[in-house]
Design a protein around this ligand. Sequence first.
Ligand SMILES: NC(=O)c1ccc[n+]([C@@H]2O[C@H](COP(=O)([O-])OP(=O)(O)OC[C@H]3O[C@@H](n4cnc5c(N)ncnc54)[C@H](O)[C@@H]3O)[C@@H](O)[C@H]2O)c1
Length: 253
Amino acid sequence: MTTSELFSLRGKRALITGAGQGIGLTLARGLAGAGADLVINDIDAARLESAVAQLRGEGATVEGRRFDVTQAAEIEGALADIAGEIDVLINNAGIHRRAPLESMPLETWRAVIDTNLTSAFLVTRAVVPGMLRRGGGKIINICSLNAEISRPTIANYSAAKGGLKMLTRAMAVEWGGRNVQANAISPGYMRTDLTGTLTIDPVFDRAICARTPAGRWGEPHELIGAAVFLASRASDFVNGQILVVDGGLLSAL
Ligand SMILES: NC(=O)c1ccc[n+]([C@@H]2O[C@H](COP(=O)([O-])OP(=O)(O)OC[C@H]3O[C@@H](n4cnc5c(N)ncnc54)[C@H](O)[C@@H]3O)[C@@H](O)[C@H]2O)c1
């Protein structure tokens, strides 16, 4: 097999959640560039429609499926006809709801745990039986540096991403014997809408640039290499790993 065949996603169908914008949309574009057909999801119908149009305009084969990743019945209904035919699943949908832990409302805690952690269980549960039946598949969970280190006001997010990290390893153990690999990508601080309030805060911006050996924020396209690797045959013996793409931040004090 040539190196380009090893990394090719031709003939593969990839489902990416929360792909109406940001990292999910960029990863969808990256996987299409490696030859994958796409099914993209978002909770926001207008955003989803615009992402589908953009990707089609760039030559991708893509369809959109709107559903809320926290709702089992919605997920199963929206994917009923294709759940058995997904080769690559990227559990990307995620939210932040920042609040001091001592006064965090229960619904704020639950919203973040449901959207960032329980969602990966629910969407994977809908899709993995088809992978197991067809003899293989790839699951990529989008974790975060906050699965390793935290800061005030994001206890819900850190707990969710830490849980997602261990869910990734549990999936790897559960299905590794049946040729389904589950790995995670942990992005560092990337410029997207999710981090918009932080990128425009000069104090936070300075702190991130000083702490990151690369000296800057990451851009979503810098995650494409990791995603194509983990979606392709190039990673067939890689399972249960958390690939940190952070400009070196986690190695620095
Ligand atoms: N941006 C960063 O620096 C960064 C760093 C580490 C991890 N991440 C993770 O990467 C992922 C994507 O982040 P982003 O920065 O692109 O965020 P974003 O807010 O730009 O995009 C997230 C998308 O998910 C969708 N979404 C939210 N809730 C949903 C639901 N219940 N069902 C379906 N779709 C839903 C949103 O509508 C949105 O289009 C998240 O899991 C986030 O935690 C981001």
